[in-house]
Design a protein around this ligand. Sequence first.
Ligand SMILES: [Zn+2]
Length: 153
Amino acid sequence: MRKLSFWRDTEREQIQAINEAATELDILQSNTQLTHERVEALRRHVVAQRSEIVQLKAALQAVCDLLVDLDLIEAEALGYRIDAAVADGTAAAAQATPPPTTPFNSPAAAPPVMASEATCSRCRRDVPARDISFTDGGPMCEGCVGALAAESE
Ligand SMILES: [Zn+2]
């Protein structure tokens, strides 16, 4: 939006300046409208995703309940597995999208997200929870489960 100087204050200049200002205002108004529409679209997206997450949680809960009810896995073991999978997923997501760095946001090393671990009841080693099997003798690593199976044969 340009400003008129005192000495060039003719009627023609005034009309031109007013029209330029009106055009700029039109552009700004349509940009604002566009931004409003984009925000509204994002809001609808968030609402849709929220209800989808609720449905997914309900479905996952039903599957977990079924697995436990059918004695396919103990609730505790299932909890272990799910925690391990969630921790792995969080770690992968953190690596995929590093936080944006600005001069005010010094790139301090983020603490590594540890995948949950479990201790083998036979050899006492800490192994990733997803590699643990729950046996009559307690949680065991794959190596010990194999060795135990070989012993019992
Ligand atoms: Zn072991």
